[in-house]
Design a protein around this ligand. Structure first.
Ligand code: HEM
Ligand SMILES: *[C@@H]1O[C@H](CO)[C@@H](O)[C@H](O)[C@H]1NC(C)=O
Length: 322
């Protein structure tokens, strides 16, 4: 008798644990199904008009999600503005002078707040905007998992600590940095395929185009045209990460690497006689494999240490804590 009521109690406790677990610690694709049914259409329409105005914005929004997720998880921390008493992530080395898209996120947030006030996190908006951008530029789609909450703070030192690898990285540093976030070398190679869209500044590829030998000579020459050798001159001049189709999400990035036309040092190390050569070759020939692996890897990246349950908050304004 005593033992059967004990096992009953244990069973009820187990059920409770499972229930609490499923409602608070995991992301799910239908998280806002009841609380914000217009969420997806609202985000998509704002991203659509932003990308129609400037195609590069699609690339910028995709990168925003990456830089959010790699610093203390996908928690919207990158969106917080500096104040007189607080310095966030926006001025960190990987972000300053190059991270963009904040106005688009604000625009989405204000329309989402109109439709369903106080419900949808900024971190989730960034994740959906990254997906929509990819699709609008011709890339694959995936079901975005939701239920992330927003951080109340951000960390400049964490953003500067190397968790987002620099473009001077060796292959093993890239692998290690992604591994530290639970992502495999394959995930790293496939997510780097994001560099099939968007632009980079002269300052991040100068040493590659003047000093490296694993680069196509005529490509280097072309890029030198708008990126002077002198440090400090033309630092912000832009060049497309994919010389072929910089506003189209395809597998040209990998074809470039095979032809020694990767723009960043950290791009070309993926195809430079090392362990990832075969994957690069595969994606250069198989768009379908790239698209499908990219979608899976984006879901994995979006799972990095989210705040859930009663952790964090739903910010009213993505630029500041409530
Ligand atoms: C593997 C390690 C990576 C390194 C070292 C790296 C580095 C960079 C650098 C240096 C730039 C140019 C920024 C500037 O001008 O200062 C850039 C741009 C970009 N990155 Fe990455 N990245 C990496 C992975 C990723 C991942 C995982 C994603 C997305 C999932 C991504 C998406 C982008 C996009 C879309 C742009 C262009 C942004 C724009 O035009 O506004 N990158 N990246
Ligand atoms: C090329 O390498 C040399 C020697 O390491 C260095 O002094 C120089 O600044 C580099 N040039 C560029 C453009 O990065």
């Amino acid at each position: 008798m005593a033992s059967s009521s004990f096992s009953m109690l244990a069973f009820v406790l187990l059920l409770l644990v499972l229930l609490v677990d499923s409602s608070s610690t995991h992301l799910s694709t239908n998280f806002y199904y009841k609380t914000c049914p217009k969420l997806f259409t609202t985000v998509k329409s704002v991203v659509h008009s932003a990308v129609a105005k400037e195609k590069r914005m699609g690339a910028s929004l995709l990168r925003l999600h990456f830089h959010d997720c790699f610093v203390n998880g996908c928690d919207g921390s990158i969106l917080l503005d500096d104040t007189s008493s607080f310095t966030g992530e926006k001025t960190a080395r990987p972000n300053v002078g190059s991270i963009r898209g904040f106005n688009v996120i604000d625009d989405i947030k204000s329309k989402v707040e109109e439709a369903c006030p106080g419900v949808v996190s900024c971190a989730d908006i960034v994740a959906i905007a990254a997906r929509d951008s990819t699709v609008i530029l011709g890339g694959p789609s995936w079901d975005v998992k939701l239920g992330r909450r927003d951080s109340k703070t951000a960390s400049l030192s964490a953003a500067n600590s190397g968790v987002i690898p620099p473009p001077t990285s060796t292959l093993s540093n890239l692998i290690n940095r992604f591994q530290a976030k639970g992502l495999s070398a394959k995930d790293m190679v496939v997510l780097s395929g994001s560099h099939t869209i968007g632009q980079a500044r002269c300052v991040v590829f100068r040493s590659r185009i003047y000093n490296e030998t694993n680069i196509d000579a005529s490509f280097a020459k072309t890029r030198q045209g708008r990126c002077p050798i002198k440090v400090g001159s033309g630092d912000n001049n832009l060049a497309p990460l994919d010389l072929q189709t910089p506003t189209f999400f395809d597998n040209h990035y990998y074809i470039n690497l095979v032809n020694k036309k990767g723009l960043l040092h950290s791009d070309q190390v993926l195809f430079n006689g090392g362990s990832t050569d075969s994957l690069v070759e595969k994606y250069s020939k198989n768009l379908h494999a790239f698209d499908s692996d990219f979608a899976s890897a984006m879901i994995k990246m979006g799972d990095i240490s989210p705040l859930t349950g009663s952790n964090g908050e739903i910010r009213k304004n993505c630029r500041k804590p409530n």
